[in-house]
Design a binder for this molecule. Structure first.
Ligand code: ZN
Ligand code: ZN
Length: 133
């Protein structure tokens, strides 16, 4: 059962719903502005947090320390390059059955999970001086 969303939460949800990629709070804020939907940045952050607690939005931190958001209904995992920071989506998810099992065994409402692999992408892995300054 979904709680009623505030106007700001609704706007953030709609924008995430129409965006196929992950997006930072700053970009969310800027795109809402561009749509004439003026929300303060602090309000955007609060809306994201509220949506997370309702299991609607999930978050992931990038190698540069920035957080990006997407709808929790989109289960997507990544191979992330530690050198260039590029994230490549992974098709399969081995955690799906586990999530259901945990919900039943631990009596925990699991909204989403994260799974991420780190290393060097093919471009960065080719050069032996990857990461050299
Ligand atoms: Zn790379
Ligand atoms: Zn998954």
């Amino acid at each position: 059962m979904k709680a009623k969303l505030t106007r700001g939460q609704q706007w953030v949800y709609e924008l995430l719903n129409s965006t196929s990629t992950e997006i930072t709070a700053q970009d969310l804020y800027a795109q809402l502005q561009a749509q004439g939907r003026s929300l303060g940045l602090a309000t955007v952050y609060r809306a994201i947090k509220a949506l997370q607690l309702q299991g609607l939005v999930q978050a992931r931190v990038l190698t540069n320390g920035e957080w990006v958001y997407r709808l929790a209904s989109e289960d997507c995992h990544y191979l992330t390059c530690l050198n260039c920071g590029r994230s490549v989506p992974v098709e399969e998810c081995p955690a799906h059955g586990l999530q259901q099992k945990l919900e039943e065994k631990q009596h925990f409402r699991v909204f989403y999970h994260t799974l991420e692999f780190f290393g060097l992408c093919s471009t960065c892995g080719e050069t032996s001086d990857a990461g050299a300054v």
